[in-house]
Design a protein around this ligand. Structure first.
Ligand SMILES: Cc1ncc(COP(=O)(O)O)c(C=O)c1O
Length: 392
């Protein structure tokens, strides 16, 4: 018996593979510093946990409406309207188990084989995986380090064709920490305004930023009606395991996503949604505290990486990843990531885990304590003679 042909085209997220390798080493007694994982190392805020527990006690344990509880969709619509400076209504909101299903469902609903999708590269690996899986054509947009890992807009313009059905944006970005500037968004909006296509704007890191607040493409004229905003609770409220996210999109597409939800999940867990309501309605100081701590770690890890021979790291403006350029080590990203894991006991990801244009980079997640970050940096410094000796 063979798997369906389409399974030969699906990708994966290698963060989970590196985690498995690191865990195997730990089983052998090695001590590993984990800088590969993309989840905040903070607990879910206590008032959110309490709301989840209360919901279980109160009996929020059955099926709910497929698109999410109406009062939750209402809250999300007003949160998104306020944070993006736009006007959206609850009918445009689909509540789903995490941010990822919004990628899966909107692409499944909108893409035909052969449709072209322009997506950032390097980027979250599931974009490319889904595009390939659906038989659409993945058109990579190389990110430019010198532009804070944004697009070269002339190159972007040259990739647009009459087969372009979707453009994916992700700001703040995984794996680079880059934020797309307002000027770039304005230009992108200008280029897309008269085209019949969708924009998938992955804004899952919208609350994790260190300079100016990131803006959403939906703020620009004519964009809201062609954009899917992807957001959720995993990163902002440290709720990765609760599985809670949402999309805001034109009503015709929301109807299709809800159909895919009926056919797959029926609904998102009811008590999880009640916890999500508490997250949006309650105090936000846990988010501020988390971001302040991320900023301290970002400054420490960027400074430390820049002291390593062969590494140069720009300062990321958002998310919780550092993405140093390691071309001067003379090693491939993959070789270097393996060397750091096996020789230094530091788990990080090769830039190529995020696409071909990630070659020459590593991704370090700084969702780990300052002490562990310092330990990782000193371990890497100790093994750095391996590549300095080879290149001098
Ligand atoms: C850019 C980006 N989008 C979406 C997701 C998925 O989030 P969730 O865990 O809520 O499905 C992630 C998770 O790492 C991410 O980095």
């Amino acid at each position: 018996m063979q798997l369906a042909e389409r399974m030969s085209r699906i990708g994966t997220e290698s963060a989970f593979e590196v985690l498995a390798k690191a865990r195997a080493l730990e089983k052998q007694g090695k001590q590993i510093v984990h800088l590969e994982i993309g989840q905040p190392d903070f607990p879910t805020p206590p008032h959110v946990v309490a709301a989840g527990k209360r919901a279980l006690d109160e009996g929020w344990t059955g099926y709910g409406p497929t698109a999410g509880f109406p009062e939750f969709r209402e809250l999300i619509a007003s949160y998104v309207s306020k944070t993006r400076g736009i006007q959206v209504v609850p009918d445009q909101v689909c509540v789903v188990p995490g941010g990822k299903p919004i990628m899966f469902f909107t692409m499944m609903a909108a893409l035909n084989p052969g449709d072209e999708v322009i997506y950032p590269n390097p980027s979250f690996p599931i974009y490319e995986s889904m595009i390939d899986f659906l038989g659409a054509r993945a058109v990579p947009m190389p990110l430019v380090e010198g532009r804070g890992f944004s697009f070269d807009l002339d190159v972007f313009a040259s990739k647009l064709t009459n087969r372009t059905k979707m453009v994916i944006l992700n700001s703040p970005a995984n794996p680079t920490g880059g934020v797309i500037s307002r000027d770039d968004l304005a230009r992108i909006a200008e280029l897309l305004r008269d085209r019949d296509l969708l924009i998938l704007s992955d804004e899952i890191y919208s609350r994790i930023f260190y300079d100016e607040a990131p803006e959403s493409i939906t703020q620009f004229d004519g964009m809201l009606e062609k954009t899917i905003i992807l957001d959720g609770f995993s990163k902002t409220y440290s709720m990765t395991g609760w599985r809670l996210g949402y999309g805001v999109m034109p009503k015709w597409l929301a109807d299709a996503v809800n159909l895919l939800m009926v056919n797959s999940n029926s609904c998102t867990a009811s008590f999880t949604q009640r916890a999500g309501m508490a997250a949006l309605e309650g105090p936000q100081d846990a988010v501020d505290t988390m971001v302040a701590e991320f900023r301290r770690r970002r400054d420490a890890i960027v400074a430390g990486l820049n002291r390593l021979p062969g590494f140069s790291c720009t300062v990321p403006s958002g998310a919780f990843y550092a993405f140093p350029n390691v071309t001067k080590t003379g090693m491939s990203s993959r070789e270097l990531a393996d060397l750091l894991l096996y020789e230094a006991g530091v788990a990080c990801l090769s830039g190529t885990a995020f696409g071909a244009y990630g070659e020459g980079y590593l991704r370090f997640s700084y969702a780990n304590s300052l002490a562990n970050i310092e330990e990782a940096l000193s371990r890497i410094a100790k093994v750095s003679e391996r590549w300095t000796a080879a290149t001098t």
